[in-house]
Design a protein around this ligand. Structure first.
Ligand code: GLC
Length: 546
């Protein structure tokens, strides 16, 4: 029997390099810092690391604005450090993913500097330049964060397009030189040993080449699936059919260098649109991030529905991705409130369902968002919208100042939480709760969130049923009693997971053959496996054979 590719069963830990660990006490996390913490990630039990960008960049969007895809921003280290990082990850039997920002470069990238020089510059067509309609931009397309996506450049009296912020001009992938330049970048890092890429805003990589206006809607605020907003349907600037073709081409490039390489796309749109990136014959990206767990409710019905949807949309050999947070979203623990039991049952779910779990650094200790006003934002998104009163932002449920989820990792209870030395000034203030919420103290406490993550990750690594099994949801726990139960099945073995999402104790009659307690959260291991009494917010994993 052919083994599944590694990425179908892996577990991913996202590192935001600026905030993870500072090795030289300049207050900024760096590559050497990450290397020094690889054993931590490995001991926790994660198998793959995804690192947000550290390439040369003016850091206007903290690395998501690249000025040289082959260079490294000096405050993070140099190429030797990066090569050492790849080696050190592999030595530990783990995999490493880089973050490829293909859609746009920094305004400081030499390609753009040349492109903006003159209308007949050989690099002119590497970006998207158009003449305006009189004083107005070439068409009505809005940038994803709002405002026109077009920016006027006096030098050549034309406008360039940027899907995100004005200093991130979009590349023109209709130009074959651009495509091959970016494919070279991918090949270069694959040949250095990288196991794949997370693809930044891949849904915006192609824009309509006839520049048709987007149709209007009454919808001002962006929809949850981000297919419309700012009074328009984003039909012509996002999720264009050419992007799917590019996904397949990119897949071939990866396959040539590393047939096991992984491409995981950051794409937004309707369920159908985002699935289309995987290719009609499963020949596109390997996986896409799924966002249904971002706005979650602590109730069995919610988590059951997500499972039903993902199972229906991503049956084998597709692999759904289970993600609660990242460097753009409010932290999980800030979303769900201060009850550690929530964090534990959510981890139980994330690591036992069929698919790939992705954990954002700090989630495993229950880190909270820093509380910053947008007025002093270091995040360019926060700064751009700092005129909107915080009270309104919170009311609308928007997450505008992403500084909150990017505060330094809390390693211990010393000043600056072990991220950098006490006399250094961290680039963002350490969260005030670091004395109680930190790795060191949670490692020492058997019942901490961290130890629940660790236990689950280790169990999953050893248990083929949890890694590879199919999933079926048990009818008897249909969410009405706030209990969720599902079984994973592999060959003749099964594992049963039952989670009580209720604030009350619940009984569960176990009619399955799974009677052997493998793991519990929020309850005693010695319960009666025929008839469980679940305390509020608790759960169990049961196996059926020794
Ligand atoms: C993605 C990144 C985000 C960045 C944006 C522009 O959404 O996750 O951090 O600001 O793309 O590159």
């Amino acid at each position: 029997m052919v083994n599944k590719p590694w990425w179908q069963t892996t577990t991913i830990y996202q590192v935001y390099p600026r905030s993870f660990k500072d090795s030289n006490n300049d207050g900024i996390g760096d590559i050497r810092g990450i290397i020094s913490k690889l054993d931590y990630i490995k001991d926790l039990g994660f198998e793959t690391i995804w690192i947000s960008p550290f390439f040369s960049s003016p850091q206007a969007d903290w690395g998501y604005d690249v000025s040289d895809y082959y260079g490294i921003t000096p405050e993070y280290g140099d190429r030797t450090d990066v090569e050492e990082l790849i080696r050190a990850v592999h030595q530990r039997g783990m995999r490493i993913l880089f973050d490829l920002v293909m859609n746009h470069t920094s305004i400081e990238h030499p390609w753009f500097q040349e492109s903006r020089n003159s209308r007949d510059n050989p690099k002119r067509d590497w970006y998207i330049w158009r003449s305006g309609r009189g004083n107005r931009p070439p068409n009505n397309w809005m940038a994803i964060p709002g405002g026109s996506g077009w920016h006027y450049d006096k030098r050549t009296d034309q406008w360039y397009y940027a899907s995100f912020l004005p200093f991130q001009p979009d590349l023109n992938y209709y130009n074959s030189e651009v495509k091959s330049a970016m494919f070279d970048v991918a090949r270069y890092w694959l040949n250095k040993g990288v196991d794949g890429f997370r693809l930044d805003i891949f849904h915006s990589i192609f824009k309509d080449n006839q520049f048709r206006n987007n149709p209007s809607t009454f919808r001002y605020l962006p929809t949850d699936d981000l297919s419309s907003g700012w009074f328009q349907k984003w039909d012509y600037n996002l999720n264009r059919p050419e992007a799917i073709v590019l996904a397949k081409e990119l897949r071939e490039i990866v396959d040539d260098s590393n047939p096991e390489g992984l491409l995981i796309g950051e794409v937004y749109g309707s369920d159908e649109k985002i699935k289309s990136y995987l290719g009609d014959r499963n020949d596109g990206l390997n996986m896409v991030f799924l966002w249904k767990l971002d706005k979650l409710e602590i109730c069995a019905r919610f988590f059951r529905n997500v499972l039903l949807e993902y199972e229906a949309q991503y049956p084998l050999p597709y692999t759904p991705v289970f993600v609660y947070g990242n460097h753009d979203l409010r932290r999980l623990f800030s979303k769900i409130g201060p009850d550690v039991r929530f964090a534990k049952i959510l981890a139980l779910y994330q690591f036992t369902v069929r698919g790939v779990p992705v954990t954002y650094y700090g989630e495993e200790i229950g880190m909270l968002d820093g509380n910053f006003s947008a007025r002093n934002a270091r995040d360019p998104m926060g700064a751009r919208f700092s005129w909107i009163p915080d009270i309104l932002v919170n009311k609308l449920g928007f997450y505008i100042n992403r500084d909150g989820c990017r505060t330094p990792m809390q390693w211990d209870n010393t000043d600056n939480a072990g991220f950098c030395s006490a006399d250094a000034q961290p680039w963002l203030p350490v969260h005030q709760d670091y004395e109680s919420i930190n790795v060191k103290s949670e490692l020492a406490c058997p019942d901490s969130i961290l130890n629940v993550y660790k236990g689950l990750l280790h169990l999953r690594r050893e248990n083929t049923v949890l890694r590879e099994g199919t999933l079926d949801i048990l009818d008897e726990a249909d969410g009405s009693h706030n209990l969720l139960a599902y079984r994973r099945n592999y060959k003749h073995e099964s594992v049963l997971v039952v989670i009580n999402f209720s604030d009350r104790a619940r009984e569960f009659k176990n009619v399955t053959k799974c009677k052997r307690v493998l793991f519990t959260v929020g309850m005693d291991k010695q319960g009666n496996p025929e008839e469980f009494d679940f305390p509020p917010y608790s759960g169990v994993i049961l196996g059926d054979s020794w």
